[in-house]
Design a protein around this ligand. Structure first.
Ligand code: ATP
Ligand code: SF4
Ligand code: MG
Length: 376
């Protein structure tokens, strides 16, 4: 959805990216639109395979074969990255828009020292004066809290731990003072303590340098700690977008609600089984008719099998693509017995909406009561 931010630095418009495989066209990203404002922190979440990385790779012109962007516009400060030349795009990549990949070891060159690689990232773009390159590399490594940075600059990647390598990748990503940093699962391979440190680092960088950040993760808990706004993707499409508060306190798409229920809670009973979302994401070559979440949705209606819902406003700056929406489901089904497993939900039974409504259990896969009405 667009139009939520004024003066966006990045505007993604109706982006679709497919992989043309022997088995058919894999529609990995479909009709995705969003804006990113200067200095904003935006999270993109969803299960594995929902199109998060392909969205990021499309922005940077890095979609691997047999994939390609088939439709849309990607405007960086008003210029369409899909129609500029390869060399111009290469210059923007790394200089204006930087990306931190999921696996820092495969992104670092094993035969070059760490310091050299951070310096090279700057030399490649001529944005930093040659005399500034070395001191800036040292300053960046200190900023990302590599201890004893001047000595460690002479180390090779294999001499660094996973967390330290991820810090180096962040330093490289920031080396040309990019306006946008895209971090794709930057903490997934790290233990919880290091994960918290990296997130703190990204928060500091956003605050101190004003870098806009797109954080891609399957973990909503990680998003909550960094992002002001969240996009939820399912099967290549955006199904919900809102402020982090709206997404956590009042999720409107059943998939978002299910994602939140699958988060571990600090205060949960140790023996309570972590709820996972039942079923599997659809085949992206032949997705189901209608709403793509319908095979897994506990609230589906007849209409959900034939008509695909569009994103519609469900609050101020909040949109969801669902014929029912959770607000409707709570109002019509009742919420009393829906267990709220979100982190921070104190009672464990706090429904986000209509707490006074007595109710049914909504997550048993049986669908909404026949008398429930469509959204419109
Ligand atoms: N090289 C490829 N060939 C064919 N299909 C691909 C290829 N790469 C990605 N896809 C398809 O694109 C879809 C989206 O992939 P993507 O990597 O964006 O998922 P993701 O949301 O980043 O998942 P994860 O959380 O596992 O990183 C996948 O479901 C897959 O079907
Ligand atoms: S209620 Fe229908 S439209 Fe909404 S998520 Fe479920 S299947 Fe999709
Ligand atoms: Mg990915």
């Amino acid at each position: 959805m667009t139009g939520f931010v004024s003066d966006p630095v990045l505007e993604v418009r109706e982006l679709s990216t497919s992989f043309f495989t022997d088995d058919g066209e894999v529609k990995a990203v479909r009709d995705v639109s969003f804006d990113l404002a200067a200095g904003e922190t935006l999270g993109i979440v969803g299960e594995s395979g929902c199109g998060k990385s392909v969205t990021a790779l499309s922005i940077l012109g890095l979609v691997p074969r047999p994939g390609r962007v088939v439709a849309g516009e990607i405007l960086f400060k008003g210029r369409d990255l899909l129609s500029i030349g390869r060399e111009e795009l290469r210059q923007i990549r790394g200089r204006d828009i930087a990306m931190i990949f999921q696996d820092p070891l495969s992104s670092l060159n094993p035969v070059h020292r760490i310091g050299f690689q951070v310096e090279e990232a700057m030399r490649a773009h001529d944005k930093v004066a040659p005399s500034e390159v070395r001191p800036r590399a040292l300053d960046l490594l200190r900023r990302v809290q590599v201890p004893d940075a001047s000595r460690r600059m002479r180390n090779y990647p294999h001499q660094f731990s996973g967390g330290m390598r991820q810090r180096v990748m962040i330093a490289m990503g920031l080396s040309n003072r990019p306006e946008i940093l895209i971090a794709d699962e930057p903490t997934t391979a790290l233990d919880v303590t290091v994960q918290a440190q990296i997130l703190q680092l990204l928060r500091d960088l956003n605050r101190d340098l004003g870098t806009s950040i797109i954080l891609i993760t399957h973990n909503l808990g990680v998003v909550a700690g960094l992002c002001k706004r969240v996009i939820v993707m399912y099967a290549g499409e955006i199904v919900e977008e809102g402020s982090t508060e709206q997404i956590f306190d009042s999720p409107q798409h059943p998939y978002t609600w299910a994602l939140l229920r699958s988060l571990p809670r600090v205060d949960a009973d140790r023996h309570e089984r972590l709820r996972s979302i039942e079923g599997l994401p659809p085949d992206l070559i032949a997705p189901p008719q209608g709403c793509k979440f319908n095979p897994r949705c506990p609230f589906r209606l007849e209409r959900c099998f034939s008509e695909d819902p569009e994103l519609e406003p469900v609050g101020d700056g909040h949109v969801a693509a669902c014929w029912v929406t959770m607000k409707r489901a709570y109002a019509e089904m009742g919420a009393g017995s829906l267990v709220d497993t979100r982190p921070g939900a104190a009672s464990g039974v706090r429904p986000p909406i209509a707490p006074e409504t007595p109710g049914l259990s909504g997550a048993d896969g049986h669908g909404l009561a026949p008398e429930a009405q469509d959204r419109d």
